[in-house]
Design a binder for this molecule. Structure first.
Ligand SMILES: Nc1nc2c(c(=O)[nH]1)N[C@H]1C(S)=C(S)[C@@H](COP(=O)(O)O)O[C@H]1N2
Ligand SMILES: [Mo]
Length: 220
């Protein structure tokens, strides 16, 4: 095969993989009813409460790293400038916290989780994701949910850099699950074969956390 053929071939393989990955992620897991916006047991707030373990790490963008590892073809570590150079996206989503508040229409900017997955290329046997944050927090979710169309690695909220108390410089947002799955101050993303409990999941919270099914605690 000539170099040119090899290049064409690898491009083709890549786009095929991408197509396959997107197909895999298109299996609709989001159970939101078409007619209702507020999940059961939730109430609307206009402010944005701060919830965490009480230790808000101060991370400068110069010291910031994001590591993506585990069951991926192409493990990567991003510096801030690398991350800013990726394709940027916007998502407008609702927040549903397990403590019963919901907040509508939050405008996030950052890198879509699909864009990130296209770069690291999950292996076929990768089915779950473990997130690890700078404050030591961990949380887990299925890869298909991490790859949801609405999910974003957010660096800005309402046109401003994401504040430190809300997880800046970068947090995950997975709108269709309770907000504890949306790790603030995200440092590491591990793709795994099997599910593993994160911090709240080890402490009685639900492994999946669908607000439409009120999956708050593990016995729900
Ligand atoms: N790193 C980290 N991420 C976290 C948490 C945390 O303690 N540490 N708390 C979770 C919980 S329980 C909630 S409800 C949301 C709160 O995000 P907010 O403070 O921006 O509202 O962050 C989630 N992500
Ligand atoms: Mo929470």
């Amino acid at each position: 095969m000539s170099d040119e053929d090899a290049a064409t071939d690898s491009k083709l393989t890549l786009s095929k993989r991408r197509w396959a990955a997107e197909g895999k992620f298109l299996t609709g897991r989001i159970s939101r009813p078409e007619t209702e916006r507020l999940p059961p047991g939730q109430h609307l707030v206009k402010n944005w409460p701060v919830l965490d373990l009480g230790q808000q790490p101060e991370i400068s963008t110069s010291g910031w790293r994001l590591e993506v590892s585990g069951l991926v073809e192409n493990p990567l570590t991003f510096r801030w400038a690398d991350f800013q150079a990726l394709e940027q996206s916007t998502r407008v989503t609702d927040i549903h916290c397990v403590t019963t508040w919901s907040r509508y229409d939050n405008r996030w900017e950052g890198v879509s989780t699909r864009e990130l997955l296209d770069l690291v290329m999950p292996k076929a046997e990768a089915h779950y994701v473990m997130l690890t944050s700078y404050d030591g927090y961990t949380t887990n979710l299925p890869l298909v949910d991490f790859a949801a169309e609405d999910a974003i690695l957010a660096t800005a909220w309402e046109g401003q850099p994401l504040s430190a108390e809300h997880g800046g410089p970068m947090r995950l947002v997975v709108p269709h699950l309770y907000f504890w799955k949306s790790a603030k101050w995200l440092r590491r993303i591990d793709l795994l074969r099997a599910d593993k409990a994160g911090f709240w999941e080890m402490n009685g919270y639900h492994m999946y956390a669908d607000p439409w099914k009120e999956q708050r605690y593990s016995e729900d």
